[in-house]
Design a protein around this ligand. Sequence first.
Ligand code: ATP
Ligand code: MG
Ligand code: MG
Length: 427
Amino acid sequence: MPSSSSSSSSSSSLPTTPNSLKVGCVGGGQLGRMMALEAPRLNISMRFLDPTGSDCPAAQVVGCSGPTSTPGGVSDRIVKGTLCDEDKLRELGMGCDVVTMEIEHVGVEGLRKLEEEGVNVQPCSRVIGIIQDKFVQKEHFAKHGIPLPPYTNLPTIESIHDAALQFGLPLMLKSRKGAYDGRGNTVLKETTPQAIASALDDLGLKESDLGDTLYAEGWIKFQCEVAVMVVRSTTGETRAYPATSAIQTDSICRVVLVPARNVSAAIRHQCEQIAMRAINALGDGATGVFGVELFLAEGRHGGGTEVLLNEVAPRPHNTGHYTQDACGTSQFENHLRAVCGLPLGDTGLICGAAAMVNVLGASSGDINDTMQGVNAAMSMPRAVVHWYGKGCRPGRKMGHINITADSHAEIDASLAEILDLERISVD
Ligand code: ATP
Ligand code: MG
Ligand code: MG
């Protein structure tokens, strides 16, 4: 049932234009919203499942106040419910040609049932199941020869000691499921019982929770973080977008630079090849856009730069937002094309260089403080503001600014002003 008052029969009558493809998307946050903005040009009609119903960012642009809306403001385009609720997932999929997602923290079992019932889920539930559990993801990529940081499962307290002995300190402890923006990770600096208890406490865990909740990674002293968006079609055709460098503060991506800065063309190419190999290694049903996060580290065996895969997201990704204004086809359009079995679009840059700056809610929580970078961007040539329509909270991703130019030097001039207003320092 779409939220409170629509019936299942009206769910199947998703408002469409003639011959449009119907896509249901699990999650209606900013990524869903940016897909929804691309959909009409491709003659695609979208419906979203989101816990906040008509308040979600996608609802604002998908026509939730259209002719089929109910007095509650919810329409056949929005299903209100949690992303694991099997009935809600079924309702989302009803009458849709494809079901896709904008987030990996979804009900894999519910998606698997939809597939059994004949719904076309892209990427498929098997792939989401692999990616959703970061330890299973690591095991999968290791099996396929993708270079990774050293990692191990942590079923017991003893295994934390073993991992620290094996990989050294500091040790990165990561939640296997449900993590984002670094929430779910903690750094263990010593192995006293107090330090271990406090690390578990940081993650909201007790010793008795260990089993299949946590794993460890060796600490990587990376030179920089690189991200590559990969798009893979239902036919297995795979294309990479240009490698970017991502600057994180407090585990949140703040700035993305394209092409990746201070990274040789050869290493950028290597990053793109490894990213495509990783996505191809996910096999059939690895469809749509994937964000592949990589570390560039000093070679462990005295060699030059080593490229290691950090993690993969099975959806458009924050580090790929620059594609909206800097590439032949945006990641959002290519995601829709890929999951619908349409030809893939050009992933190349259409400018010399680009940057993306995330706009986070100011620490004051005041929208006027938050808007400073956005206001400056409004008067800059070749700067484009993308706003998500979310309530303002400190640190919350509220929108982003894309800048395009002919060269890195030109980018830096506009970027300096925005970084200053966004209180971002880049070494
Ligand atoms: P996202 O929001 O990208 O999904 P996440 O919560 O899944 O983030 P990770 O990508 O695992 O978290 O880690 C967040 C950040 O922490 C990384 O971008 C990197 O800066 C740092 N980090 C992660 N793993 C390691 C590691 N093994 N060694 C050093 N730093 C790391
Ligand atoms: Mg993650
Ligand atoms: Mg990450």
